[in-house]
Design a protein around this ligand. Structure first.
Ligand SMILES: Cc1cc2nc3c(=O)[nH]c(=O)nc-3n(C[C@H](O)[C@H](O)[C@H](O)COP(=O)(O)OP(=O)(O)OC[C@H]3O[C@@H](n4cnc5c(N)ncnc54)[C@H](O)[C@@H]3O)c2cc1C
Length: 501
């Protein structure tokens, strides 16, 4: 990789002083170009993480705050093992970063890029200010296989459709080979320097206390780079074989569950890419070529989402297709609450929403079903769903969450067609045939036979009684009728001109 020596050469001619590594969405030591570049200089290196409170940045959701605590604990320990330390601060990075650089007597600062508009504006302003102050300030790519500006149409414009995007991306270059973690991260003289605004991890107040709602997450996840590596290894051993078919089945570990690790940068997409490629080449993978290319294409959807976010920065707040500005959204707080709490009366939707609440994660097919239900059955604005996912998902991602919600709504780039109104009964019957997923997350229906588990309202009274189910008491009646909701959604789409009259 050519980037590491570049900063070394620039720095050799500069004043003495340490290098600051500002960690953000790259909480790992392996394949971290900013950290590598800092260590290559041979100078003292200080790693810094700021819980940013700049008012231009979107506040973190609750679930990701829980994960972040575990991440910082893990990376802090890993840095210490290599002779360094992680400085934690809370506040506006716009003012904190220059103060930290000054207090440390830094000659340089490095970081890996982020792609939201507010983050880019902040980072660009800081870079200029620091360079004006005489520091070397450099940024690198650690988050994506392809920078959003590397892939364009033949006319040089941004891509709007996934398949040509992914084809063009693959032709651009091979994803770079991941780099090993530095062996040493020496903080030398800085070891004893207390920096302004430095706080302890607990002072960041990231963990929920009253109430502590994170027990399901603690059981299900191990934040940090080691957890990421284990998750990838397990997936390569047991999950990727059959992925093309099984990835739609929510009752088993049919997908990698790497998304929170990717969100926090505890693993890089390049590490995943090359691990899969390497295993496929050396014959240690049981998976078919179709399994492999389907899985890598999912990483492609993540790339596409970042491409869209970069080129259309209002993706999270405005309809990508402006005709959706006239969509007749319903404003129904009771329906929104029923959806959020997993009490819609449609078992597959409720199981999905409760999986999210308990574990901080939801299976991809279930995300599509639950999102479609909110938007199309309840006619509630996709932004409400996006906000709920942002708060409750451990992998809540500025690009993938917004692009996916717009995709389901039909308002996005390369979006799902308006007439794809998932039937929550047949989706359940098709992808959770035995009802195991519903049984796990909606225990009050656990004793129902598979035949009725996705539509308990048609079960004879004797069957409901035997299963201990009283509709309207132990489990809700459906909050909307599927057929009527479908007709209402089609009429709404027609009203904005998505359907030819
Ligand atoms: C309404 C909705 C909201 C979503 N919100 C998010 C979000 O906030 N964060 C997030 O990471 N993903 C989001 N997704 C995409 C997808 O559901 C998750 O990435 C996936 O379920 C994560 O599980 P996994 O790691 O086991 O995926 P795998 O199937 O193992 O895929 C591997 C990786 O590819 C990427 N990926 C897979 N599918 C998609 C996709 N459709 N779009 C973008 N990237 C994808 C993820 O990084 C994932 O970790 C959303 C999808 C929908 C329909």
């Amino acid at each position: 990789m050519a980037t590491a020596p570049r900063i070394k050469a620039t720095l050799d001619a500069q004043k003495p002083g340490p290098v600051i590594v500002w960690l953000r969405t790259d909480l790992r030591l392996g394949d971290n170009p900013a950290l590598e570049a800092a260590c290559e200089t041979g100078r003292d290196v200080l790693c810094v993480f700021i819980l940013e409170t700049d008012e231009t940045l979107k506040a973190r959701g609750g679930a990701t705050r829980w994960w972040l605590h575990g991440s910082l604990l893990a990376i802090g320990r890993d840095i210490e093992k290599r002779g360094g330390r992680l400085v934690l601060c809370k506040g506006a990075s716009r003012s904190l970063i220059p103060r930290i650089c000054k207090a440390a007597g830094a000659a340089a600062i490095v970081w890996n890029r982020r792609y939201g508009e507010a983050e880019r504006t902040l980072d660009a302003a800081l870079k200029k200010q620091l360079q004006d102050d005489g520091l070397v300030a450099e940024s690198f790519n650690s988050h994506l296989l392809y920078e959003p500006w590397e892939v364009t149409t033949k006319a040089g414009t941004p891509m709007r459709v996934f398949t040509p995007f992914w084809r063009a991306a693959r032709q651009t270059h091979e994803p770079m080979t991941p780099r090993p973690a530095p062996k040493q991260i020496p903080d030398g003289k800085l070891a004893k320097v207390k920096l302004p605004d430095e706080v302890a991890l607990d002072d960041l107040d990231l963990l929920p206390t009253k109430p502590d709602w994170a027990s399901g997450m603690r059981d299900a996840w191990q934040p940090g780079e080691t957890g990421a590596e284990k998750t990838l290894r397990t997936f390569l051993k047991t999950g990727i074989d059959g992925y093309a078919e099984n990835r739609n089945l929510p009752d088993r570990p049919s997908t990698s569950r790497l998304s929170p690790y990717l969100k926090f940068g505890e693993i890089s997409p390049r590490q995943i890419w090359h691990a899969v490629d390497h295993a496929a080449q050396n014959g240690t993978l049981k998976a078919s070529a179709d399994d492999v290319s389907k899985f890598l294409a999912e990483l492609g959807w993540r790339e596409f989402s970042y491409h869209l976010l970069f080129h259309f920065p209002k993706l999270g707040s405005e309809n990508f297709q402006s005709k959706f500005d006239a969509f007749p959204w319903a404003s129904d707080t009771a329906h929104l609450k029923a959806w959020q709490r997993g009490r819609t009366g449609y078992p597959i939707v409720d199981a999905a929403m409760r999986q999210l609440w308990v574990t901080g994660w939801m299976h991809n097919r279930m995300r599509m079903v639950a999102a479609s239900f909110l938007i199309k059955h309840l006619l509630i604005d996709w932004r409400e769903g996006e906000a709920w996912f942002w708060d409750t998902l451990l992998d809540a991602d500025p690009a993938s969450n917004t692009a996916s919600w717009q995709w389901v709504a039909g308002s996005g780039a390369d979006a799902a067609p308006y007439f794809r109104i998932f039937n929550p009964i047949s989706q359940g019957q098709k992808f959770d045939t035995e009802g195991n997923y519903v049984r796990e997350f909606v225990p009050e229906l656990a004793k129902l036979p598979a035949k009725y588990i996705h539509n308990p309202w048609i079960a004879p009274k004797s069957v409901l009684d035997a299963a201990g189910v009283t509709l309207g008491e132990t489990y809700p009646h459906p909050i909307v009728d599927h057929d009527r909701a479908r007709q209402r959604a089609l009429a709404a789409f027609k009203s904005i001109g998505t359907i030819d009259a």
